[in-house]
Design a protein. Sequence first.
Length: 211
Amino acid sequence: MTEDGRLLRGERTRTAVLDRTLRLASADGLDGLSLARLAQTLGLSKSGLFAHWRSKEELQLAVIDHAREQWLTDVIRPALQAPRGVRRLWAAHDRRLAFYEAEKLPGGCFFANSYFEYNARPGPVRQLLGDQLTGWTAFLTRLAREAVDAGDLRPGTDPADLAHLTDSLGVYAAMQAPVRGAADTCAQSRRALLAHLRAIATDPTILPELS
């Protein structure tokens, strides 16, 4: 078996390759990916990579799925550990911003960058990105609805509007961080959402205080 074959064998190694590829895609875009460039970056042969992905599009779709798993691990699952209601919605926003502050990816937010990149490009890549965005919006809307149902937020609060505001403040942080710095933009996004949640909460004291 060749060195390339040994390196690429197994799911653990495939995951390691996708980790590196996701980092590249976050900075250079999905369209900038190529099996030739990836092979050169990792010191592998194209034939070794073709054993896992037969085309650029297959690689792009795999990277999107990998980014989703990273988002689940670093943002969604930790947020779900918070108490159901407004504190869980806040936790989702807070964990998202913590992800940006940790600079896990050199390009900041893979999904925000990719949505803009593929917004006007029909095809499987845009479709999968759209599915991820739909799922994330539905998740935030569900958390907001649970907060209303739990009595944490005033009756009449629109869960879809609150989810839209929450996501908009996250996108703002993702887009502004490379220019203004993650610390300042994330702090501003935290203050903005927390002020709004406090204004519509039935008991603002259950929400955290920001220093």
